[in-house]
Design a protein around this ligand. Sequence first.
Ligand SMILES: O=c1nc2n(C[C@H](O)[C@H](O)[C@H](O)CO)c3cc(O)ccc3cc-2c(=O)[nH]1
Ligand SMILES: C[C@H]1O[C@@H](n2cnc3c(N)ncnc32)[C@H](O)[C@@H]1O
Ligand code: SF4
Length: 311
Amino acid sequence: MLPLPNQIVTYSPAYTLVPTYECFNKCTYCNFRSDIGSHPWMTLEQAEKILLSLKGQGICEILILSGEVHPLSSRRQEWLDLIYDLCLLALSMGFLPHTNAGILSFSEMQRLKNVNASMGLMLEQLNPKLLHTVHRHAPSKIPELRLQHLQWAGELQIPFTTGLLLGIGENEDDRRQTLMAIADLHLKYQNIQEVILQPHSPGSQQTFDEVAFDPYQLPQVIAQAREILPSDITIQIPPNLVPEENWLLACLDAGARDLGGIGPRDEVNPDYPHREVNRLREVLLSAGWTLLPRLPVYQRTHSVLGAMAFS
Ligand SMILES: O=c1nc2n(C[C@H](O)[C@H](O)[C@H](O)CO)c3cc(O)ccc3cc-2c(=O)[nH]1
Ligand SMILES: C[C@H]1O[C@@H](n2cnc3c(N)ncnc32)[C@H](O)[C@@H]1O
Ligand code: SF4
Protein backbone atom coordinates (compact mmCIF):
# COMPACT_ATOMS: atom_id res chain seq x y z
CA MET A 1 0.00 0.00 0.00
CA LEU A 2 1.27 3.49 -0.79
CA PRO A 3 2.00 5.67 2.23
CA LEU A 4 -0.18 8.73 2.71
CA PRO A 5 1.72 11.96 1.97
CA ASN A 6 1.54 12.99 5.61
CA GLN A 7 3.38 9.82 6.65
CA ILE A 8 6.38 10.54 4.44
CA VAL A 9 9.73 11.72 5.77
CA THR A 10 12.49 12.49 3.25
CA TYR A 11 16.27 12.65 3.15
CA SER A 12 18.79 13.47 0.45
CA PRO A 13 21.44 10.82 -0.34
CA ALA A 14 24.41 13.17 -0.44
CA TYR A 15 28.16 13.53 -0.49
CA THR A 16 29.99 16.65 0.72
CA LEU A 17 32.84 18.22 -1.21
CA VAL A 18 34.89 20.86 0.57
CA PRO A 19 36.69 23.30 -1.79
CA THR A 20 38.58 24.67 1.22
CA TYR A 21 38.39 24.49 4.99
CA GLU A 22 40.16 27.84 5.15
CA CYS A 23 37.98 30.54 6.62
CA PHE A 24 38.59 34.16 7.57
CA ASN A 25 35.80 33.93 10.18
CA LYS A 26 36.23 32.32 13.57
CA CYS A 27 32.83 31.19 14.83
CA THR A 28 33.64 29.75 18.23
CA TYR A 29 31.34 26.72 17.69
CA CYS A 30 33.06 25.73 14.43
CA ASN A 31 34.83 22.37 14.06
CA PHE A 32 35.31 22.80 10.33
CA ARG A 33 37.53 25.81 9.67
CA SER A 34 41.28 25.96 9.30
CA ASP A 35 43.56 28.99 9.18
CA ILE A 36 44.32 30.76 5.91
CA GLY A 37 47.17 29.08 4.04
CA SER A 38 47.26 25.99 6.25
CA HIS A 39 46.01 23.47 3.67
CA PRO A 40 45.93 23.32 -0.13
CA TRP A 41 42.51 23.74 -1.75
CA MET A 42 40.71 20.84 -3.39
CA THR A 43 41.66 20.29 -7.03
CA LEU A 44 39.30 19.32 -9.85
CA GLU A 45 41.33 16.14 -10.34
CA GLN A 46 40.74 15.10 -6.72
CA ALA A 47 37.06 15.92 -7.03
CA GLU A 48 36.70 13.92 -10.23
CA LYS A 49 38.25 10.87 -8.60
CA ILE A 50 35.85 11.11 -5.66
CA LEU A 51 32.81 11.65 -7.88
CA LEU A 52 33.76 8.69 -10.08
CA SER A 53 33.90 6.47 -7.01
CA LEU A 54 30.39 7.59 -6.00
CA LYS A 55 28.71 6.42 -9.19
CA GLY A 56 26.04 3.76 -8.81
CA GLN A 57 25.61 4.34 -5.08
CA GLY A 58 22.28 6.16 -5.27
CA ILE A 59 23.87 9.49 -4.35
CA CYS A 60 22.34 12.43 -6.11
CA GLU A 61 23.24 15.56 -4.15
CA ILE A 62 26.74 16.97 -4.00
CA LEU A 63 26.83 19.42 -1.11
CA ILE A 64 29.55 22.00 -1.73
CA LEU A 65 30.35 23.33 1.72
CA SER A 66 33.15 25.82 2.11
CA GLY A 67 35.14 27.98 4.42
CA GLU A 68 35.01 31.61 3.35
CA VAL A 69 37.64 33.70 1.56
CA HIS A 70 37.59 37.39 2.48
CA PRO A 71 35.71 39.48 -0.13
CA LEU A 72 38.78 41.69 -0.56
CA SER A 73 41.29 38.82 -0.75
CA SER A 74 43.28 38.47 -3.98
CA ARG A 75 42.16 34.80 -4.02
CA ARG A 76 38.40 35.50 -3.91
CA GLN A 77 37.96 35.11 -7.71
CA GLU A 78 40.02 31.91 -7.76
CA TRP A 79 37.86 30.54 -4.92
CA LEU A 80 34.61 31.33 -6.70
CA ASP A 81 35.94 29.84 -9.95
CA LEU A 82 36.83 26.65 -8.07
CA ILE A 83 33.33 26.39 -6.59
CA TYR A 84 31.79 27.04 -10.02
CA ASP A 85 34.01 24.42 -11.66
CA LEU A 86 33.26 21.84 -8.94
CA CYS A 87 29.54 22.35 -9.52
CA LEU A 88 29.96 22.08 -13.29
CA LEU A 89 31.99 18.90 -12.89
CA ALA A 90 29.38 17.36 -10.57
CA LEU A 91 26.62 18.24 -13.05
CA SER A 92 28.55 16.78 -15.97
CA MET A 93 28.85 13.52 -14.04
CA GLY A 94 25.12 13.31 -13.34
CA PHE A 95 24.96 14.77 -9.82
CA LEU A 96 23.02 17.79 -8.55
CA PRO A 97 25.03 20.41 -6.63
CA HIS A 98 23.82 22.38 -3.59
CA THR A 99 26.28 25.09 -2.55
CA ASN A 100 26.59 26.67 0.89
CA ALA A 101 29.77 28.74 0.76
CA GLY A 102 28.74 31.44 3.20
CA ILE A 103 28.12 35.06 2.25
CA LEU A 104 28.25 35.81 -1.48
CA SER A 105 27.72 38.98 -3.49
CA PHE A 106 24.68 39.33 -5.78
CA SER A 107 26.77 38.69 -8.89
CA GLU A 108 28.49 35.67 -7.31
CA MET A 109 25.08 34.19 -6.48
CA GLN A 110 23.83 34.97 -9.97
CA ARG A 111 26.77 33.03 -11.40
CA LEU A 112 26.44 30.03 -9.06
CA LYS A 113 22.69 29.83 -9.64
CA ASN A 114 23.43 28.52 -13.16
CA VAL A 115 25.24 25.45 -11.84
CA ASN A 116 23.26 24.62 -8.67
CA ALA A 117 20.00 22.76 -8.18
CA SER A 118 19.56 24.73 -4.96
CA MET A 119 21.70 26.77 -2.60
CA GLY A 120 21.80 27.53 1.10
CA LEU A 121 22.94 29.77 3.92
CA MET A 122 22.01 29.48 7.58
CA LEU A 123 20.68 32.63 9.19
CA GLU A 124 21.98 31.15 12.50
CA GLN A 125 20.28 33.74 14.78
CA LEU A 126 19.43 37.34 14.04
CA ASN A 127 20.04 38.86 17.47
CA PRO A 128 23.16 41.10 17.08
CA LYS A 129 24.18 40.39 20.68
CA LEU A 130 25.85 37.24 19.35
CA LEU A 131 28.39 39.48 17.59
CA HIS A 132 29.85 40.02 21.05
CA THR A 133 30.02 36.31 21.86
CA VAL A 134 30.16 33.33 19.44
CA HIS A 135 30.43 35.59 16.37
CA ARG A 136 32.88 38.13 17.80
CA HIS A 137 35.44 37.21 15.14
CA ALA A 138 32.98 36.27 12.40
CA PRO A 139 32.07 39.27 10.22
CA SER A 140 30.15 36.95 7.85
CA LYS A 141 27.63 36.35 10.63
CA ILE A 142 26.46 39.99 10.78
CA PRO A 143 22.68 39.53 10.70
CA GLU A 144 22.08 42.23 8.04
CA LEU A 145 24.53 40.51 5.69
CA ARG A 146 22.77 37.14 6.08
CA LEU A 147 19.36 38.76 5.53
CA GLN A 148 20.65 40.56 2.45
CA HIS A 149 21.95 37.23 1.09
CA LEU A 150 18.54 35.61 1.59
CA GLN A 151 16.81 38.55 -0.04
CA TRP A 152 19.07 38.27 -3.09
CA ALA A 153 18.38 34.52 -3.24
CA GLY A 154 14.70 35.46 -3.32
CA GLU A 155 15.14 38.05 -6.05
CA LEU A 156 17.16 35.53 -8.07
CA GLN A 157 14.50 32.86 -7.37
CA ILE A 158 17.08 30.33 -6.19
CA PRO A 159 15.51 27.31 -4.44
CA PHE A 160 16.93 27.85 -0.99
CA THR A 161 17.78 26.21 2.33
CA THR A 162 18.27 28.28 5.43
CA GLY A 163 18.00 27.63 9.13
CA LEU A 164 18.73 28.36 12.75
CA LEU A 165 21.63 27.21 14.84
CA LEU A 166 20.18 26.45 18.28
CA GLY A 167 21.91 26.78 21.63
CA ILE A 168 24.46 29.50 20.86
CA GLY A 169 23.18 31.99 23.42
CA GLU A 170 19.75 32.86 22.02
CA ASN A 171 16.43 32.74 23.85
CA GLU A 172 12.97 31.75 22.71
CA ASP A 173 12.09 35.24 21.56
CA ASP A 174 15.29 35.45 19.49
CA ARG A 175 14.28 32.23 17.77
CA ARG A 176 10.81 33.62 17.09
CA GLN A 177 12.30 36.76 15.51
CA THR A 178 14.59 34.71 13.28
CA LEU A 179 11.76 32.39 12.20
CA MET A 180 9.51 35.38 11.48
CA ALA A 181 12.17 36.95 9.27
CA ILE A 182 12.36 33.71 7.24
CA ALA A 183 8.55 33.58 7.00
CA ASP A 184 8.45 37.20 5.73
CA LEU A 185 11.09 36.53 3.08
CA HIS A 186 9.25 33.44 1.89
CA LEU A 187 5.91 35.24 1.67
CA LYS A 188 7.65 37.76 -0.57
CA TYR A 189 9.71 35.42 -2.79
CA GLN A 190 8.35 31.87 -2.33
CA ASN A 191 11.82 30.33 -2.78
CA ILE A 192 12.59 28.78 0.60
CA GLN A 193 12.29 25.01 0.44
CA GLU A 194 13.44 24.03 3.87
CA VAL A 195 14.50 25.40 7.22
CA ILE A 196 17.11 23.46 9.16
CA LEU A 197 16.82 23.45 12.95
CA GLN A 198 20.39 22.61 13.83
CA PRO A 199 21.14 21.87 17.49
CA HIS A 200 24.59 23.11 18.46
CA SER A 201 26.65 19.99 19.07
CA PRO A 202 30.11 20.40 20.55
CA GLY A 203 33.00 18.84 18.69
CA SER A 204 36.65 18.29 19.41
CA GLN A 205 37.94 21.35 17.50
CA GLN A 206 35.79 24.18 18.76
CA THR A 207 36.59 26.84 21.38
CA PHE A 208 32.96 27.57 22.38
CA ASP A 209 32.74 25.96 25.79
CA GLU A 210 29.04 25.21 25.93
CA VAL A 211 27.06 22.00 26.18
CA ALA A 212 25.00 20.68 23.27
CA PHE A 213 21.57 22.16 22.66
CA ASP A 214 19.32 19.90 24.73
CA PRO A 215 17.78 17.51 22.17
CA TYR A 216 14.76 17.14 24.47
CA GLN A 217 13.88 20.76 23.67
CA LEU A 218 13.99 20.22 19.93
CA PRO A 219 10.34 19.09 19.51
CA GLN A 220 9.21 22.29 21.21
CA VAL A 221 11.30 24.45 18.87
CA ILE A 222 10.02 22.48 15.88
CA ALA A 223 6.43 23.10 17.00
CA GLN A 224 7.20 26.81 17.38
CA ALA A 225 8.73 26.87 13.89
CA ARG A 226 5.77 24.98 12.43
CA GLU A 227 3.44 27.65 13.79
CA ILE A 228 5.45 30.54 12.39
CA LEU A 229 6.64 29.22 9.02
CA PRO A 230 4.40 28.97 5.94
CA SER A 231 3.16 25.41 5.43
CA ASP A 232 5.08 24.91 2.15
CA ILE A 233 8.43 25.21 3.96
CA THR A 234 9.70 21.82 5.14
CA ILE A 235 11.37 21.59 8.54
CA GLN A 236 14.65 19.68 8.38
CA ILE A 237 16.55 18.22 11.33
CA PRO A 238 19.91 16.43 11.23
CA PRO A 239 19.22 12.92 12.61
CA ASN A 240 22.85 12.37 13.69
CA LEU A 241 22.49 15.23 16.19
CA VAL A 242 19.42 13.60 17.78
CA PRO A 243 20.90 10.38 19.12
CA GLU A 244 17.84 9.01 20.93
CA GLU A 245 15.39 7.24 18.67
CA ASN A 246 12.34 8.22 20.71
CA TRP A 247 13.29 11.86 20.48
CA LEU A 248 13.86 11.63 16.77
CA LEU A 249 10.30 10.32 16.51
CA ALA A 250 9.10 13.11 18.82
CA CYS A 251 10.68 15.60 16.37
CA LEU A 252 8.61 14.11 13.55
CA ASP A 253 5.46 14.28 15.69
CA ALA A 254 6.24 17.95 16.27
CA GLY A 255 6.38 18.64 12.52
CA ALA A 256 9.84 17.87 11.11
CA ARG A 257 9.56 16.08 7.73
CA ASP A 258 13.08 15.96 6.35
CA LEU A 259 16.40 14.58 7.57
CA GLY A 260 18.66 16.53 5.22
CA GLY A 261 21.70 15.24 3.44
CA ILE A 262 22.87 11.83 4.62
CA GLY A 263 26.31 10.70 3.54
CA PRO A 264 29.45 9.00 4.79
CA ARG A 265 30.71 12.02 6.81
CA ASP A 266 28.98 15.08 8.25
CA GLU A 267 31.74 17.60 7.56
CA VAL A 268 30.28 20.14 9.99
CA ASN A 269 29.86 17.67 12.84
CA PRO A 270 32.37 14.89 12.12
CA ASP A 271 32.14 13.69 15.73
CA TYR A 272 28.51 12.65 15.12
CA PRO A 273 28.29 9.88 12.52
CA HIS A 274 24.98 9.15 10.81
CA ARG A 275 23.03 5.98 11.52
CA GLU A 276 22.76 3.64 8.54
CA VAL A 277 19.87 4.67 6.32
CA ASN A 278 18.36 1.19 6.69
CA ARG A 279 18.41 1.56 10.47
CA LEU A 280 16.76 4.99 10.21
CA ARG A 281 14.14 3.53 7.89
CA GLU A 282 13.34 0.80 10.45
CA VAL A 283 13.10 3.22 13.36
CA LEU A 284 10.75 5.45 11.40
CA LEU A 285 8.66 2.58 10.10
CA SER A 286 8.10 1.32 13.66
CA ALA A 287 6.17 4.54 14.23
CA GLY A 288 4.36 4.51 10.86
CA TRP A 289 6.70 6.87 8.94
CA THR A 290 8.00 6.02 5.47
CA LEU A 291 11.52 7.28 4.76
CA LEU A 292 12.06 8.21 1.10
CA PRO A 293 15.02 9.71 -0.77
CA ARG A 294 14.56 13.08 -2.45
CA LEU A 295 16.53 15.42 -4.71
CA PRO A 296 18.20 18.64 -3.48
CA VAL A 297 15.46 20.52 -5.31
CA TYR A 298 11.95 19.76 -4.14
CA GLN A 299 9.23 18.77 -6.51
CA ARG A 300 6.29 20.97 -5.76
CA THR A 301 3.85 18.12 -6.09
CA HIS A 302 1.44 16.72 -3.61
CA SER A 303 1.20 13.39 -5.36
CA VAL A 304 2.62 10.34 -3.64
CA LEU A 305 3.91 9.05 -6.98
CA GLY A 306 5.89 12.24 -7.44
CA ALA A 307 7.49 11.82 -4.04
CA MET A 308 8.24 8.16 -4.74
CA ALA A 309 9.68 8.62 -8.22
CA PHE A 310 13.21 8.46 -6.85
CA SER A 311 12.84 5.68 -4.33
O1 LIG B 1 25.36 16.98 6.20
C1 LIG B 1 25.09 18.17 6.41
N1 LIG B 1 24.37 18.86 5.51
C2 LIG B 1 24.11 20.18 5.68
N2 LIG B 1 23.40 20.85 4.73
C3 LIG B 1 22.82 20.11 3.59
C4 LIG B 1 21.40 19.72 3.88
O2 LIG B 1 21.40 18.67 4.81
C5 LIG B 1 20.64 19.27 2.62
O3 LIG B 1 21.28 18.14 2.10
C6 LIG B 1 20.59 20.35 1.57
O4 LIG B 1 20.05 21.49 2.15
C7 LIG B 1 19.73 19.95 0.35
O5 LIG B 1 18.40 19.90 0.62
C8 LIG B 1 23.23 22.23 4.83
C9 LIG B 1 22.67 22.94 3.76
C10 LIG B 1 22.55 24.29 3.86
O6 LIG B 1 22.06 24.97 2.83
C11 LIG B 1 22.94 24.98 5.02
C12 LIG B 1 23.50 24.27 6.08
C13 LIG B 1 23.66 22.89 5.99
C14 LIG B 1 24.26 22.19 7.04
C15 LIG B 1 24.54 20.85 6.86
C16 LIG B 1 25.26 20.07 7.83
O7 LIG B 1 25.64 20.57 8.88
N3 LIG B 1 25.52 18.76 7.56
C1 LIG C 1 26.96 24.91 7.88
C2 LIG C 1 26.28 25.23 9.16
O1 LIG C 1 26.64 24.33 10.17
C3 LIG C 1 26.29 24.88 11.42
N1 LIG C 1 27.30 24.54 12.45
C4 LIG C 1 28.56 24.99 12.58
N2 LIG C 1 29.14 24.47 13.68
C5 LIG C 1 28.23 23.67 14.29
C6 LIG C 1 28.21 22.86 15.47
N3 LIG C 1 29.27 22.74 16.31
N4 LIG C 1 27.08 22.18 15.78
C7 LIG C 1 26.00 22.26 14.97
N5 LIG C 1 25.97 23.01 13.84
C8 LIG C 1 27.05 23.71 13.50
C9 LIG C 1 26.14 26.39 11.19
O2 LIG C 1 24.77 26.68 11.29
C10 LIG C 1 26.63 26.58 9.77
O3 LIG C 1 25.99 27.63 9.09
S1 SF4 D 1 30.95 28.20 10.72
FE1 SF4 D 1 31.43 28.73 8.57
S2 SF4 D 1 31.89 30.95 8.73
FE2 SF4 D 1 32.03 30.17 10.82
S3 SF4 D 1 34.21 29.68 11.05
FE3 SF4 D 1 33.16 27.80 10.43
S4 SF4 D 1 33.46 27.75 8.21
FE4 SF4 D 1 33.84 29.84 8.87
